[in-house]
Design a protein around this ligand. Structure first.
Ligand SMILES: C[S@@+](CC[C@H](N)C(=O)[O-])C[C@H]1O[C@@H](n2cnc3c(N)ncnc32)[C@H](O)[C@@H]1O
Length: 284
């Protein structure tokens, strides 16, 4: 059987799935910031974000990293938080307002069609977003255009499936049960930029210079494996998309198997889900 990848269908499904997961992603916000905090700080540093910077956040989600950037740039700077899902951006806007930040704007934008003024930003950031774009070269070309000369990009992606068991184990269980083919090279997915040099090569191909990257161990620490299952079950849009072809009973069985498999990462210190991130950067 030949399975063809339809980028338009994929994009529409992605949008719907994140509209549905928006509330959960927001609710799990404190967990996200604990888990991704170190990598996020490194991303903001690598993007050269400082007082007064103008920052474009691509695939901003509920705004965790947008708010971190907004605190850093201060009242003289600004952050434009963009995402394909308007529902998730509402949480980003509300969080900025609740934090008293007046320097954050939100805009529904497909990260592959960045309708912003050219050379308008000092920095572009994207946390766990680029991996889900079907046309990564096109997206990076748009991000390059959005930056002023000398401006910097920095992004966070997952490294390989082998080093991200907290996510790759659920994916492989669901893939087997839903009889889904493995992703072909070049297709979007959590590990699409995780291979050796993949994101650096993508940045260089888009025209960025002084490109570099750093691997950041980011184990997902929770009390029990069940907490991780609940986190992924509620808020990981990619898993929902993969489960769509199963009946409710089959989905339940898949989650049961995931719970059993993830329980092996539970020890006296609690659950430590294997996760490794890459923070990559470049300059225009
Ligand atoms: C894993 S979440 C990350 C959200 C946020 N950056 C964070 O780290 O909390 C992925 C986000 O990518 C967004 N997304 C997926 N495809 C997109 C696209 N083509 N353009 C813009 N955003 C997209 C989703 O709506 C979702 O908010």
């Amino acid at each position: 059987m030949t399975v063809t990848f339809d980028p338009v269908h994929y994009k529409n499904t992605t949008r719907t799935q994140w509209e549905d997961a928006a509330t959960a992603w927001h609710t799990w916000g404190p967990t996200l910031e604990d888990w991704l905090g170190e990598a996020t700080t490194l991303m903001l540093d690598a993007a050269g974000i400082t007082t007064g910077s103008s920052v474009l956040d691509v695939a901003a989600g509920a705004g965790g990293q947008s708010l971190a950037a907004a605190h850093r740039v201060g009242p003289s700077g600004q952050v434009l938080a963009t995402d394909i899902s308007p529902a998730i951006l509402e949480y980003a806007a509300a969080a900025a307002a609740a934090a008293g930040l007046t320097n954050v704007r939100t805009r529904e934008l497909d990260g592959e069609r960045l309708d912003v003024d050219p050379a308008a930003f000092d920095a572009v950031i994207s946390r766990l977003g680029l991996i889900y774009f079907p046309d990564q070269p096109g997206a990076l070309a748009g991000q390059y255009r959005a930056l002023r000369p000398g401006g910097r990009i920095s992004a966070i992606v997952y490294s390989t499936a082998e080093r991200n068991g907290f996510f790759s184990i659920p994916i492989s269980i669901i893939r087997r049960r839903a009889q889904l083919p493995p992703p072909a090279p070049g297709q979007p997915g959590p590990f699409s930029l995780g291979g050796p040099d993949a994101i650096e090569d993508a940045f260089r191909a888009a025209g960025f210079r002084t490109v570099g990257s750093q691997t950041v161990p980011a184990p997902l620490s929770m009390t029990h494996a069940q907490d991780c299952v609940r986190f992924e079950r509620e808020s990981f849009g990619a898993l929902h998309q993969m489960l769509a072809g199963l009946t409710p009973a089959q989905r339940e069985q898949a989650w049961q198997e995931i719970s059993t498999e993830l329980a092996r990462f539970e020890g006296p210190e609690g659950f430590q889900g294997p996760c490794e991130l890459i923070v990559a950067w470049g300059m225009k």
